[in-house]
Structures are given as structure tokens and as C-alpha cells.
Design a protein around this ligand. Structure first.
Ligand code: SF4
Length: 315
């Protein structure tokens, strides 16, 4: 779809909704303008290889910082999503055919960017019989083949009603399996209507059952109207599902048609969430206003491995 057309029809299901006003951003929400040379190079490489990034499609506020450090998250399976979550800026609609060259181009991008750690995510593809699992598996395989020093993290959809899809992804041996719970269960009907909280939780649990050596990771956005107690309950649920790594970040509203920001959680509250989560047994926790699933994913992965080694050494 041409860019202008895509912008116009990006969220057809949200077009007629009333605008949601958002409170003014506090001083701790900082966005670095994308002006670096590395930003331009990353953008050029993605266009040349016909790859999409969630950094651009989700209008991530960290793009200036991440791309300056040559860290981008590739979004496979096209740029049109079959779901219409109230928080997400990725375009909704009927996706096109799966690009057979995408796994190879993802591997080439990892090599050309010299990535130590690559995050691969995707749109939801409820229209495909495997939800896109085979494309994830092929992409992992191609990164291994073409950029052997790169570790791979996948951030997948929930594969709801796609029996066998999770197994296909885990058998391809990603280093990290990430699936975001996004918010507390009580807010699912408004924020993530196509998903089910306990299905997503079970997906994380099952990933670890299939391969106990895989690191599992999940994330929450806060500032959507959840309470502190609800967040702590989600942490407990994640620990029951053996999730290793938790990310928590402030929800920011992509457009007035998206869910409004209920409030800006303070940096002190993020610090407190981090302390509480570590006390609950997560191996690693990233909790700051600007934290996103793939923010600093390379450094976090190194710390995650170190934390597991320390834990194993203690017995
Ligand atoms: S935080 Fe993730 S999605 Fe955002 S710019 Fe960085 S790599 Fe991309």
C-alpha cells in the first residue's frame, strides 16, 4: 500500500471514534530526534531489503536513540495487522502475501548492521493457518546462518487458535521468547479485545515447558488505568508461568483515536515496580518510563544470561 494511502486508512476501525484527550507529557518523557547518520543508514538498509520495523510502524519514541546505536526491531509478515488493539499504531486491515525473501533479508540485515542481538517481531496474522510461525522459524534460521554471532529474540503474537504454532517457533531455538501481556486482565476488553489474558499467560508457560533453556520475557504498559495491586498480581501470574524477564514502560497515545493516557507513572513508581519484581524472582527487570519490549534488548540479554549463571552457581 502506498504511504499516503496507508496513513489515511491506517486505522479504519478507529476513524469514527471520538478523540481521546491525553494529559500533557511530564518532563521525564523525553524523545530524541532521529537525526544521526546511523539512523539514515538503518532506514536505507531496511528499505533496500524491503523490511519493516516496529520502530517506525508503531511510532516508537525511542527510534532516534535506538537507531543511532544501530538497534532496530524487524517486523516480519508485512506491515498490516489483522487485529486492532486500542494502544497500537500498526496499521490494521487485510494483509498481503507473505514475502518469501523476508527471512533471508532479515539475516542479511543482522549481518550488515553487525548486530550482537536481534529482535524479530511481527504483525498478527490471524489469516494464516500457522499465524506466521513458520516465517518466524525461517527468520531465526537465516539469522543463524548469515550472522552466526547474533543472538535472536522473538516477540510473537499470541497464536490464538493456531495449534502447533508455538512449537514451530520454539523448535527453531530462539535465545529469547517474548510475548507481551501488555496490560492487566481487567483492561483487556478495551485495550486488547482480540486477545485473552490467560491464553497469553499460558503461551509463556508453555514456551518454557517445551524448552526449559529458552529465556522467556513479557511486558506491561502502565498508565492505562490499572492499579498498583493489579500490576503486582500480573507479576505474580508471570512468575507462576516462569517468566524470566519483565519489562514495564509508560503507555503513550499514538493518535487521539487511540486509548487515552490515564496518567503518567512517576520514575519513582517505576523504580518501586522494579524492586518488587526482582523480589518476586524475575531474573531481570527493565522498568522505566521509556522502556519498551526491545529497548536496550542487547544489553538486557547479556544481563539476563549473567543472572541465570549466577543463580545456577548458587544452586
Ligand atoms: S525501543 Fe524497540 S521498537 Fe522502539 S525504537 Fe528501540 S528497538 Fe525500535
Amino acid at each position: 500500500m502506498a504511504t499516503a494511502e496507508k496513513q489515511k486508512y491506517r486505522h479504519p476501525e478507529k476513524r469514527n471514534r471520538p478523540d481521546n484527550p491525553s494529559p500533557r507529557k511530564p518532563k521525564w518523557i523525553r524523545v530524541k530526534a532521529p537525526t544521526s547518520k546511523a539512523y539514515g543508514e538503518t532506514r536505507k538498509l531496511m528499505r533496500e531489503k524491503n523490511l519493516h520495523t516496529v520502530c517506525e510502524e508503531a511510532a516508537c519514541p525511542n527510534i532516534g536513540e535506538c537507531w543511532a546505536a544501530k538497534h532496530a526491531t524487524v517486523m516480519i509478515l508485512g506491515d498490516i495487522c489483522t487485529r486492532a488493539c486500542a494502544f497500537c499504531n500498526v496499521a490494521t486491515g487485510k494483509p498481503g502475501a507473505v514475502d518469501p525473501m523476508e527471512p533471508e533479508n532479515t539475516g542479511i540485515a543482522a549481518r550488515e548492521m553487525g548486530l550482537k542481538h536481534m529482535v524479530i517481531t511481527s504483525v498478527d496474522r490471524d489469516d494464516l493457518d500457522d499465524g506466521g510461525a513458520r516465517q518466524f522459524a525461517l527468520s531465526i534460521q537465516k539469522v543463524r546462518e548469515l550472522s552466526s554471532g547474533t543472538t535472536v529474540e522473538v516477540l510473537t503474537p499470541d497464536f490464538r487458535h493456531k495449534d502447533g504454532a508455538l512449537e514451530i517457533v520454539i523448535q527453531a531455538k530462539p535465545d529469547v521468547f517474548n510475548h507481551n501481556l501488555e496490560t492487566v486482565p481487567g483492561l483487556y476488553p478495551g485495550i486488547r479485545p482480540g486477545a485473552r489474558y490467560f491464553h497469553s499467560l499460558r503461551l509463556l508457560d508453555r514456551a518454557k515447558e517445551i524448552d526449559p533453556s529458552v529465556f522467556t520475557k513479557s511486558g506491561l504498559m502502565v498508565g492505562l488505568g490499572e492499579t498498583r495491586e493489579q500490576v503486582l498480581q500480573v507479576m505474580d501470574d508471570m512468575r507462576s508461568a516462569n517468566v524470566d524477564f519483565l519489562t514495564i514502560g509508560q503507555y503513550l497515545q499514538p493518535t487521539p483515536k487511540h486509548a487515552g493516557v490515564d496518567r503518567f507513572v512517576t520514575p519513582e513508581e517505576f523504580d518501586e515496580y522494579k524492586k518488587l519484581a526482582l523480589a518476586k524472582g524475575f531474573l531481570h527487570v527493565a522498568s522505566t518510563p521509556m522502556t519498551r519490549s526491545s529497548y536496550h534488548a542487547d544489553k538486557d540479554f547479556a544481563q539476563l544470561k549473567e543472572a541465570r549463571e549466577t543463580q545456577l552457581a548458587k544452586g
